[in-house]
Ligand binder design. Structure first.
Ligand code: ATP
Length: 342
């Protein structure tokens, strides 16, 4: 066990009903003190069931949950010392917002409530009752209450789902800063890949109750292991090619690879890692623009490259019309996927 290790999830499994599918399948991961981990994956892949087993609301069929080396498997939820904000928020309806936050707050003092309310953008809401709040405001009070208790670990289920886009991004930044300064670790579940990438230190992509890939957010985005992970985390071009050493022959020409491999490969190329320009007088194009999508701050070009349609993101200042013969080039190296999926 490293000094920093906080939570260990060891071979957790849970099946609902004797013939039902396995909701969580032999799942293991660790979290360090103060680390933020996102569990992300399609609906029904077992994210919430995993959180509920860590919290103690669901009993695993097999496996263990350890907090700072202590086995919690048979400890009731309320004695685990783990904070949580689930979808129902569980605010006390007969208490004001201020009383909700003060309840269980680790430190006393007049500024505790104001501090945490300010953090979630609810200054001045102290005297309101939960039923006088919108869904998004209740969600923020529930977050403030869990932070005020200053546990070492908080579990969050879709923590920003009820906030509109502008508020969501501000709340994410503020709360991340708070968690980092307080050294509170988070495991959170989200459907939103942008939220996972921006709020978490580390992400784990789940499918069918298992983790397909986990790692630092940028690492997983840039080097997805397979086509499912690549497409789940954002738009990408999946190309087929034949590799030899550090290069692969594809419909875009010969591409350098992030690692040497040989034989048939599938390759993931993010649209923002491709460059596009009109061909010069005597130059051979490697594609032709078939559609242009204007998105405000940037553009997406759809380019036919030797019979394969490729998406390329470009700055708005690059203005190319449909039908233009172009050169599409890779900025950096292409990522060969572990599984040939095409
Ligand atoms: N109490 C239950 N009884 C029976 N099946 C359940 C129960 N809870 C979850 N499941 C099943 O277990 C699987 C995993 O569910 P879970 O809620 O953990 O998924 P999820 O990834 O959180 O999904 P979502 O993103 O839709 O919330 C699903 O197939 C679900 O139908």
């Amino acid at each position: 066990m490293t000094d920093n290790l906080l939570l260990s999830v060891r071979s957790l499994s849970r099946r609902f009903g004797r013939k039902g599918p396995v909701a969580v399948d032999d799942l293991s991961f660790d979290i360090d003190t103060g680390e933020i981990l996102a569990l992300i994956g399609p609906s029904g892949c077992g994210k919430t069931t995993t959180l509920r087993m860590i919290a103690g609301f669901e009993t695993p069929d097999t496996g263990r949950v350890l907090l700072s080396g202590r086995d919690l498997t048979s400890t009731p939820a309320e004695q685990r010392g783990i904070g949580m904000v689930f979808q129902d928020y569980a605010l006390f309806p007969h208490m004001t917002v201020g009383e909700n936050i003060r309840f269980g707050a680790r430190r006393n003092g007049r500024d505790v409530v104001a501090r945490y309310l300010g953090m979630v953008g609810l200054d001045g809401f102290e005297q309101r009752y939960p039923d006088q709040l919108s869904g998004g405001q209740q969600q923020r009070v529930a977050l403030a209450r869990s932070f005020a208790a200053e546990p070492r670990l908080i579990l969050l289920d879709e923590p920003f789902s009820n906030l509109d886009a502008a508020l969501r991004s501000a709340a994410r930044r503020e709360i991340r800063r708070l968690l980092k300064s307080a050294g509170i670790a988070i495991v959170f579940v989200t459907h939103d890949q942008e939220e996972a990438l921006s709020f978490a230190d580390r992400i784990a992509i789940m499918r069918d109750g298992r983790i397909l890939q986990s790692g630092m957010a940028q690492e997983v985005y840039d080097r997805p292991a397979d086509a499912f992970v690549a497409t789940f985390l954002g738009r990408t071009n999946l190309l087929e090619g034949t590799a030899e050493g550090g290069f692969a022959r594809t419909s875009l020409g010969l591409l350098p690879l992030t690692r040497p491999t040989s034989g048939r490969v599938s390759i993931s190329l993010r649209p923002e890692r491709l460059g596009i320009r009109a061909v010069e007088a005597d130059e051979q194009p490697n594609g032709r623009i078939v559609a242009v999508e204007f998105k405000g701050h940037d553009m997406t070009y759809w380019v036919d490259c030797d019979g394969v349609e490729v998406q390329v993101d470009a700055m708005q200042s690059v203005r190319l019309a449909e039908g233009t013969p172009v050169r599409v080039a890779v900025d950096g190296e292409a990522v060969p996927l572990d599984v040939v999926s095409l």
